[in-house]
Each structure stands twice: as structure tokens, then as C-alpha cells.
Design a protein around this ligand. Structure first.
Ligand SMILES: NC(=O)c1ccc[n+]([C@@H]2O[C@H](COP(=O)([O-])OP(=O)(O)OC[C@H]3O[C@@H](n4cnc5c(N)ncnc54)[C@H](O)[C@@H]3O)[C@@H](O)[C@H]2O)c1
Length: 371
């Protein structure tokens, strides 16, 4: 494949690692990156090392709140103001994290400049961008779908990839499929680890069967050294705990999150999560969404995974046997490796499809053998 020029929207925990991992992959050139305060564009290729160094421990993740803390990029006139409170937490207010005040995030890089309209600034450059990885928070369900819409309104022809987690967002993207297709956009949704990597693994594991009865996804993440950089993700995960939802998680102060983590001795266990693996497997024809179960264990105080990440697919073969195919990740592979490697892999698959004229909304399982 020719060189792929890509952009990253959101240089938090995930976006920064995407940039880093891309340096270990062939044919990927990062040409633009933005966060809520700033944007960096260089069509000849960003100096990724400098950008990563400048944003280390300084990811403009929060605190969320009023307009003065917003990116200014959202909303447009007709849209509700609170859409701007989309980021995941208050990393910048946390002890031990470098503070740059207004200079937080991309603007701390010598390649960055402040802007009130970071996403629109990237859209303005999108004629020369083959693919965009959307690593924005998902604390407003329709935020990412509306970002996609804005690319379509600008007649972007290229690939959009997100790593969102929530099942209900996929329908919101499907609702926009016609508009995305008309623009020439190939949207690969839910393309992180789960959903993403593990959804693709389930699609592959299902190939032995003619009927799939159940898909069990059980993940383990140890985040000690990556905790400061992943507060956005942790906040979103808290919304899956009993007694919490996306609204309560969004409103929690950093101290409340710390307290909750203390109450659980740093280990949060999740069951029956609303993860889009279910609808993504259903729309690929593999099984019913209700037969997919996702749960896992997050330990924010240890780098060791608290449990092995496993995908188990149970089904019946053409000759009447019932079996379970199991896919396991090695415990040494980090969450960052398992989100960003696949995200960039799916991005490349998206580019191949886009160049072949395949537009619309694709899930990770659609890019695997069919069922
Ligand atoms: N699918 C998976 O396996 C998986 C795994 C981990 C994280 N995630 C998802 O990745 C997403 C990002 O997580 P994170 O931990 O990097 O979050 P984060 O809070 O660390 O980073 C979010 C970034 O988005 C930027 N941002 C926020 N609002 C913006 C706006 N209006 N305009 C421009 N930039 C804006 C912030 O400045 C920050 O750079 C989350 O939605 C999370 O759920 C998915």
C-alpha cells in the first residue's frame, strides 16, 4: 500500500499511543493531530517524538466543565452547549501530572498552535488526509457520530476510524451511513481492543461453526504505569459499574473517582458491559447481539493483568459437534498495544477498502472472513 497520511483527533491516552505505535508500522505518516486546545499540522509528516515528549503527562484531558474549558470547536450554533464536556476527566489537575495551564496538550508542542476549533481545523486540511483516527471521549453518545457528519458535510473522501465502546453508538453511525457513503467515507467503527481486536477474533473463531450459541469476552487490564494517561478511559469504564451510568460518571469529580477506586482497592470488575462487540457481531451475521457477553477486570494499581483476556466462541459444527474456540492474549501485551495496534491495522484495512470504492459503515467483523 502507498503511504497513508493520517490524522488523530484527540491526543489523550489513546491518541498519543496511536502516534507512537504508528512509528513502528510501515507506510503510516502522521500529518495532523489535535486535542481540545490545539492543533498541529504538517503535511510532510509531524515530528511525532517531539509531540509525544511535549504532551507526556500533559494530555489536555480535563477538567471538564464550562465553556472556558471547552475546545470551542463544539458545539455549533444549533447544538447544545454541554456537548463540549466530552472529555474523560481531570488528569491535568492530578498530582504528579505536568501542568501547562492553557498550554496543556498539543499546544505545548512547538508544532502545535492554539485554536478554538481544533476538529474543524483538521477537517479544513482533510483533502490531503487519507485516514483519521478518532480518539475522542465518548461521554456524549452522539459526539463521534456528529464529528463524522461534519467530515461528510465537508465532502471528505477517506477513512474514519474510531475506538468507541458503546453499542448504541453503532446505530447512530448506521443512521448516517447514506451521508457518509455519498461523501466517499469508509467508516470503521469500534476498532480498538474490545470492541475491535476481540470482535475480529470472535468472528474468526466462529468460522468453525454453522451456528454460534455464545460469545464470551473477558478482558484484563493492568494500568498502574498508564493510569495517569488513561483517566478518560477509566471514567468511561466506571459508567459500566452497577449504580453508575454515563451521566453520573461524567459528573464525578476526580476526588470521587479516587474514592471509588480506593473503595475497590484499585480493582474494578465489570459484568454485562454495553460493549459494541454484540451489535458488531450481529450486523456481521455471526450471532445475535444478546448472545454476546462482555466483562472484565481493571486494576489501576498494578501493571500485571488481573485476569487473562479471553474470547470464547461456543457453537455447533456442520457435523453436529458442539465446541468452544478460545482466543487468548498474552498477559504481557498491554491495553495500549492491544488497542492501538489493531486500530492502526483496521485503519489500513479501511484505506484498502476506501481505495477500492467501498464506502459506508464497517465494523471489525465485517473486515474478517464472512459468516
Ligand atoms: N475500544 C477500546 O478497546 C478502547 C480502549 C480504551 C479506550 N477507548 C476509548 O478511547 C477514547 C479515548 O480515550 P482516552 O483515554 O484517550 O481519553 P482522554 O480523555 O485521555 O483523551 C481524550 C482526548 O480528546 C480531546 N478532546 C476532548 N474533547 C475534544 C473536542 N471537543 N475537540 C477536540 N479534542 C477533544 C482531549 O483534549 C484529549 O486529548 C474513549 O472514548 C475510550 O472509551 C477504547
Amino acid at each position: 500500500m502507498d503511504d497513508v497520511r493520517f490524522a488523530v483527533l484527540g491526543t489523550g491516552g489513546i491518541g498519543r499511543r496511536t502516534l507512537e505505535v504508528s512509528q513502528h508500522k510501515d507506510g503510516l505518516t502522521a500529518v495532523a493531530a489535535c486535542d481540545r486546545n490545539g492543533v498541529a499540522v504538517n503535511h510532510g509528516g509531524l515530528d511525532v517524538d517531539e509531540l509525544l515528549e511535549a504532551t507526556e503527562g500533559n494530555i489536555a484531558s480535563g477538567p471538564q466543565g464550562g465553556p472556558e474549558q471547552s475546545s470551542g470547536d463544539e458545539p455549533r450554533d444549533s447544538e447544545p452547549r454541554d456537548d463540549v464536556a466530552t472529555d474523560g476527566g481531570a488528569a491535568a489537575a492530578t498530582e504528579g501530572v505536568k501542568q501547562h495551564g492553557d498550554q496543556a496538550g498539543v499546544v505545548a508542542s512547538e508544532q502545535g498552535r492554539p485554536t478554538e476549533t481544533p476538529i474543524d481545523d483538521v477537517i479544513a486540511e482533510s483533502d490531503a488526509i487519507d485516514a483519521v483516527l478518532i480518539a475522542l471521549p465518548n461521554l456524549e453518545h452522539d459526539f463521534i457520530p456528529r464529528v463524522a457528519e461534519r467530515f461528510a458535510e465537508a465532502d471528505y473522501e477517506g477513512v474514519l476510524v474510531d475506538v468507541l465502546k458503546r453499542s448504541r453508538v453503532i446505530g447512530m453511525l448506521d443512521d448516517r451511513e447514506e451521508q457518509l457513503t455519498e461523501s466517499g467515507i469508509t467508516f470503521v467503527c469500534g476498532a480498538g481492543a474490545t470492541p475491535g481486536f476481540l470482535t475480529g477474533a470472535a468472528a474468526l473463531a466462529a468460522q468453525s461453526f454453522v451456528e454460534v450459541e455464545e460469545v464470551e469476552i473477558w478482558w484484563g487490564v493492568g494500568l498502574k504505569s498508564g493510569y495517569e494517561d488513561n483517566r478518560g478511559t477509566v471514567r468511561e469504564d466506571i459508567a459500566h459499574l452497577d449504580g453508575y451510568d454515563i451521566e453520573t460518571a461524567r459528573e464525578m469529580s476526580e476526588a470521587e473517582i479516587e474514592e471509588l477506586i480506593d473503595d475497590h482497592d484499585g480493582v474494578l470488575e465489570f459484568h454485562d458491559m454495553e460493549h459494541a462487540d454484540d451489535v458488531l457481531l450481529e450486523r456481521a451475521g455471526i450471532c445475535d447481539a444478546e448472545d454476546v457477553h462482555v466483562g472484565g477486570v481493571l486494576d489501576v494499581r498494578s501493571d500485571e493483568k488481573p485476569t487473562t483476556t479471553t474470547v470464547s466462541v461456543t457453537g455447533t459444527t456442520f457435523d453436529g459437534e458442539t465446541g468452544t474456540n478460545t482466543f487468548q492474549l498474552d498477559d504481557v501485551t498491554s491495553m495500549e498495544a492491544n488497542v492501538n495496534g489493531p486500530a492502526l491495522g483496521y485503519l489500513k484495512a479501511g484505506v484498502r477498502n476506501n481505495r477500492a470504492g467501498h464506502y459506508g459503515v464497517f465494523g471489525p467483523a465485517d473486515l474478517m472472513p464472512g459468516f
